[in-house]
Design a protein around this ligand. Structure first.
Ligand SMILES: *Cc1c(COP(=O)(O)O)cnc(C)c1O
Length: 396
């Protein structure tokens, strides 16, 4: 049967191959379905992956701690840094709420700042202006997969004695100065393996740090505050029923079923990035004559993960953002908005008495932005279809 309507083109789709599926089946048959040997191997492979993209002369070990979400990893990292009531943590308003909510879990306060309109990443001058004697940490987000200005942020943090936690949920793989995010001189970095991220385990995340004290604390807090790694139970050669609780920890461990996916997704991460970059370049070329501000590009020689392709309507575009999304949907094309800035959400707005006028660049970008479909299983014809639909909506 044929149809006049092509199938719906979603905004995002994971690419799960036969190897991932076989590894999950192997895990299910092994009898060890929760955190065990595959989660440990995923951590080791992740450390190897990062080491291969390491450009600094910092020789400390890279600790990788698998968790069941990036949100969990961000929470564990801040907890291990000692963030608590009375402290302030600065982050961008132009992010997902997870980046900021973890600060509130710990009873500390969030200071939201505006973005640089050229990159949509956190504005370094705005960060500097927001620092007070209570400020303890910064959380830059590598928005859409384009690195934040880490050299400037790290220098600023060092001058003021602040911790830096990178929200790298979008940034696998992304580079700064040729070095992969995850190997920079920040205190900790957290990746997400949520369903629509650049690699996926369904739900999952990785906390990465070269600070041995942060790693040790996060490992204890990841599993109920038990003073011993869960893997010991699997590898121990002696009866291992005894443990001690040293803190009221969390339940943030990654299952081996999820890690089974991650093992193979990680091997494909650079290939996925190349595919995404090619699709982004195709969009860039086809959108050149439309009233659209194309996404910022990375500096020469740097990797952009291209987690998202965020287009912004030009100020003189003949159609509004909401109507444009409706038009794309009518043509069977999904898109999204990243993000409704935190300052517009009731919780954040009311808690900190925030006004849109305090975040003019984020507000301006939000009102004009849409994330076009971008995922590895898309073909060139899919990109052409999206652009044809945009042209129609613009009356071209
Ligand atoms: C997806 C995302 C998170 C949360 O990731 P989870 O793995 O779903 O917890 C955090 N920050 C940003 C910027 C994200 O996009």
């Amino acid at each position: 049967m044929t149809s006049d309507h092509p199938p719906f083109l979603p905004f995002a789709l994971p690419e799960i191959g036969d190897e991932e599926i076989a590894e999950v089946i192997d895990t299910l048959k092994s009898g060890w379905v929760t955190t065990g040997p595959k989660a440990r191997r995923f951590e080791q492979d992740f450390a190897t992956f990062l080491a291969q993209g390491h450009r600094s002369d910092d020789t400390r070990e890279i600790h990788c701690i698998a968790v069941n979400s990036a949100t969990a990893g961000l929470h564990l990292a801040l907890e291990a840094m000692g963030i608590g009531p009375g402290d302030e943590v600065i982050t961008t308003t132009h992010t997902f709420t997870a980046t900021a909510e973890v600060v509130r879990y710990l009873g500390a306060d969030v200071k939201l700042v505006d973005i640089d309109p050229a990159t949509l990443n956190i504005d370094v001058a705005a960060v500097e202006a927001a620092i007070t004697p209570r400020t303890k940490a910064l959380i830059p987000v590598h928005y859409a997969g384009l690195a934040a200005d880490m050299p400037a942020l790290l220098a600023l943090a060092q001058r003021h004695g602040l911790k830096v936690l990178e929200d790298a949920a979008h940034a696998l793989p992304t580079t700064v100065g040729g070095g992969l995010v995850g190997t920079l001189a920040s205190d900790a970095t957290v990746f997400s393996f949520y369903a629509n991220k650049t690699i996926t385990t369904g739900e999952g995340g990785m906390l990465v740090t070269r600070d041995a004290a942060i790693a040790a604390r996060a490992k204890v807090m990841r599993l109920h505050g038990i003073n011993r790694d869960a893997f010991d139970r699997f590898t121990a050669k002696v009866p291992s029923w005894y443990y001690e609780i040293v803190a009221p920890g969390f339940k943030y461990n990654l299952t081996d079923i999820a890690a089974a996916l991650g093992l193979h997704q990680l091997q494909r991460a650079h290939g996925f990035q190349q595919r995404r970059a090619a699709l982004a370049a195709q969009y860039d070329a086809l959108l050149a004559d439309l009233p659209i501000v194309r996404p910022p590009r990375p500096a020469e020689g740097e990797l952009h993960s291209w987690h998202l392709y965020v287009a912004r309507l030009a100020d003189d575009a003949p159609i509004g953002r909401d109507a444009l999304i409706e038009a794309l949907y009518a043509d069977g094309i999904g898109c999204s908005v990243h993000y409704i800035p935190l300052h517009l959400h009731p919780y954040w707005r009311e808690r900190y008495d925030l006004k849109a006028a305090d975040f003019p660049h984020s507000q301006h970008a939000y009102e004009r932005m849409l994330s076009l479909p971008l995922y590895t299983r898309m073909g060139e014809a899919d990109v052409e279809r999206v652009v044809r639909s945009l042209r129609r909506a613009f009356g071209r």
